[in-house]
Design a protein around this ligand. Structure first.
Ligand SMILES: Nc1ncnc2c1ncn2[C@@H]1O[C@H](COP(=O)(O)OP(=O)(O)OP(=O)(O)O)[C@@H](O)[C@H]1O
Length: 239
């Protein structure tokens, strides 16, 4: 399998403190992979390292295409400005169009294609501030998809969403992963286990990596989440 995203011996520091060390992973096109770990494990830092936004102290990152598509956590995005859904998605093309240039017909077609993929074309004229959490998450997804990236990185896409919205999203992620690599950081163990081809357990480094059904070693889950043998987590994941 040729990797769409590969990290080799990656170490990264933030604020002078080590956050990631000896991170090795490969994700190929066609794979949907979850990044699991406790608060502060370094999941966001790993995604930001893949985007080239965090300097590496050591190691290498290689990514297919010009840049990964990135879907930030919903609360990191400003929703209370008067932009429509299609304008927000168009902002994903700003590097290609140029900041003060007018978008051309082809740019709008890319926006509407991306909105089609996330089933939001009917809402394209709506102000983003009027959308529900699930719809906002799909706007961010479309915004990442306008450049057709071969690698898509998602940071906690399920937070605060109800079950139907989560199921809409997981079906979309599976569809998007058919021809690209999709990596999502999540705290939703059930959604990850049901929908992802592989789970990567991360706590500053990769502790285990494999299909959910094969991650049965309780020690790996205990080390990742820093819990004891009596933790409910182990029952939940069947370890
Ligand atoms: N800008 C920063 N400067 C210094 N330390 C930082 C900075 N950003 C994050 N950190 C630290 O790096 C560590 C990893 O943070 P990161 O956000 O990558 O974890 P995470 O696994 O995404 O956590 P969460 O599940 O809470 O989102 C934490 O200890 C955090 O305090």
């Amino acid at each position: 399998m040729s990797a769409a995203l590969e990290m080799t011996d990656v170490a990264a520091d933030l604020g002078g403190r080590p956050v990631l060390r000896d991170v090795n992973l490969r994700v190929g096109a066609g794979e949907l992979v979850a990044l699991l770990g406790p608060n502060g494990a370094g999941k966001t830092t790993l995604l930001r390292a893949a985007l080239g936004l965090v300097p590496l102290r050591q190691g290498r990152v290689s990514v297919a295409g010009s840049a990964p598509g990135y879907v930030p956590q919903r609360h990191e995005f400003t929703w209370d400005f008067p932009a429509s859904v299609e304008d927000t998605v168009l902002s994903g093309l700003v590097r290609r169009i140029g900041l003060f240039r007018r978008p051309r017909a082809g740019h709008w077609e890319a926006v509407w294609d991306a909105l089609d993929r996330v089933h939001l074309n009917e809402l394209r004229k709506r102000p983003v501030g009027e959308l529900s959490g699930g719809q906002r998450q799909r706007v961010l997804l479309a915004r990442a998809l306008v450049l057709s990236p071969p690698v898509l990185l998602l940071d906690e896409p399920f937070t605060g969403l109800d079950m139907p919205s989560q199921e809409t999203l997981t079906a979309l992620f599976a569809d998007l992963a058919r021809d690209r690599a999709v990596v999502m950081a999540t705290h939703d163990l059930a959604a990850a286990a049901y929908t992802c081809d592989r789970l990567i357990l991360l706590n500053r480094t990769v502790i285990a990596d494999g299909p959910a059904a094969e991650l049965r070693d309780p020690g790996a889950w205990m080390r990742t989440f820093d819990v004891g043998p009596g933790s409910h987590l182990l029952k939940l994941v069947g370890a």
